[in-house]
Design a protein around this ligand. Structure first.
Ligand code: UD1
Ligand code: CA
Length: 453
């Protein structure tokens, strides 16, 4: 049985933030949640998270039936942190220790670590071009593991070693617990170091395995905002590459941000500065132009979302044309070939196939029939200050420009509303509604004159 301990109590001082470090999002999800996700993918039976700095906030954010939290009141080191949770693990379990601020480790390499731990304690190492800051893995003359030395405790020779401790470690629970109790804080930082358990394992006559990963970007930890930005770009790049491999045209992998999940058909085009949030599905051949934000929505095949549009909680049908500068809000549902043009806002409304609102309109709490045309400047007055009311427009309805549709209101199929009307009562099928003052022309009109200076 596998149990995972995640260390997440550290202060994260260098983030200079009032938010605990592990709650800072990477690709839209708090780092510690990504580590918990990874533990779940590994099929961990139980997940133990050690919290400390911002304990209440972190505990609230990660609360789940399979997650237990432990409060490390004082941050006395990684060994001390692991000791908060280790006694709660079942003795025969394999325990994998992960860090809440190392969010990109993949399950492939971690499975290797877990498998190796059935024989002996395991450390995950990596060889880095720049090992500064990491604990170094020191090997004996036979190339076997000897110890981990922290940067601050290392001799010049040891500092020259490029093989580093990623922080990931696995061992049998009862052994890990026993060794953790023996760890001392006799070092430069006066901390209880988790990797010291491996030296104690050797003292016990146990072998220590070292799994070495060559995916150095995966093992990176986040200590400051610059490292967080680096990891964010690395992760976004990974996602962009995967999309391209699946047949998506990504105009610039460095200018695409997926903060959630994106599923794309083939020949989708994602232009620069597209931001994806939540769950988004895009059908074959759809084009998302520059600077669009798509959140929890689905975009039909061959639809075009023109530049600077914001789509949130909407369903966009095949071959629709949206924007530029359109805003689709939750509950907007657009049938095939519908068009929503610049500066049009649509909320909680169904537009039938071929329906159009091409310029400057507000369509809220409405149903709009197939091929209906909503003129520029039209608004549905859906709110009376207390309640929302619906507007129902039938098939092939024509709403002239600058009309005010006061809900609740119905315009039946083929109904026609003259431009500039305020419409408050039902318009029957194929009727013309003119809801405006009749024009008067006044003869002999004297223009106002400017006063003489
Ligand atoms: C640690 C390792 C180092 C390794 C590096 C990899 C030790 C002593 N050193 O160093 O060998 O190369 O990670 O990134 O283990 N934490 C607690 N409670 C504490 C202290 C830390 O929960 O009392 C948590 C932190 O929140 C963090 C993790 O443990 O998630 C690592 O702590 P950090 O102080 O960042 O360790 P490093 O100095 O980076
Ligand atoms: Ca660290």
């Amino acid at each position: 049985m596998l149990e995972v301990i995640i260390l997440a109590a550290g202060r994260g001082t260098r983030m200079k933030s009032s938010t605990p470090k592990v709650l800072h999002p990477l690709a839209g999800r708090p780092m510690v949640m990504r580590v918990i996700d990874t533990a779940r993918q590994l099929k961990a039976e139980r997940i133990h998270v050690v919290v400390g700095h911002g304990a209440e906030q972190v505990s609230a954010a990660i609360a789940a039936p399979d997650v237990t939290t432990y409060v490390q009141a004082e941050q006395l080191g990684t060994g001390h942190a692991a000791l908060q949770a280790a006694p709660s693990c079942l003795p025969q379990s394999t325990v994998l220790v992960l860090y809440g601020d190392v969010p990109l480790l993949t399950t492939e390499v971690l499975s290797e670590v877990v498998n190796a731990a059935s024989h002996s304690p395991v450390l995950l190492a990596a060889t880095l071009d720049n090992p500064i800051g990491y604990g170094r893995v020191i090997r004996d003359s036979n190339g076997c593991f000897a110890k981990v030395v922290e940067q601050k405790d290392a001799s010049p020779d040891e500092l020259a070693v490029a093989e580093v401790n990623t922080g990931v470690l696995a061992a049998q629970a009862s052994e890990l617990h026993r060794w953790l109790l023996q760890v001392t804080n006799d070092n430069v930082q006066g901390e209880f170091y988790l990797p010291d358990v491996l030296g104690l394992a050797l003292d016990d006559g146990r072998e220590v395995s070292v799994v070495v990963t060559d995916r150095s970007s995966d093992i990176a930890g986040v200590n400051d905002r610059a490292q967080l930005e680096e990891l964010e770009r690395a992760y976004q790049n990974r996602q962009a590459k995967a999309l391209m491999a699946d047949g998506v045209r990504v105009m610039d992998a460095n200018r695409l941000d997926i903060r959630g999940s994106l599923s794309c058909g083939v020949d989708v085009v994602l232009d620069v500065n597209v931001v994806i949030e939540g769950d988004v599905v895009i059908g074959d051949g759809a084009i998302i132009e520059a600077n669009c934000v798509l959140k929890n929505c689905s975009i039909g095949e061959d639809a075009v979302i023109h530049a600077f549009s914001h789509v949130d909680g909407a369903v966009v049908g095949p071959q629709c044309q949206i924007g530029p500068y359109a805003r689709l809000r939750p509950g907007a549902e657009l049938g095939e070939q519908a068009k929503v043009g610049n500066f049009v806002e649509v909320k909680n409304s169904v537009l039938g196939p071929g329906a159009k609102a091409n310029h400057l309109a507000y369509v809220g709490d409405a149903s709009v029939g197939a091929d209906a045309n909503i003129g520029a400047g039209t608004i549905t007055c859906n709110y009376d200050g207390a309640n929302k009311h619906r507007t129902e427009l039938g098939k092939n309805v024509f709403i002239g420009s600058n009309s005010t549709l006061v809900a609740p209101l119905k315009v039946e199929d083929d109904g026609f509303v003259a431009a500039g009307s305020t419409v408050t009562a039902t318009v029957g099928s194929a009727q013309l509604a003119v809801g405006r003052a009749k024009q008067r022309n006044i003869d002999g009109w004297k223009r106002p004159v400017k006063p003489k200076k």
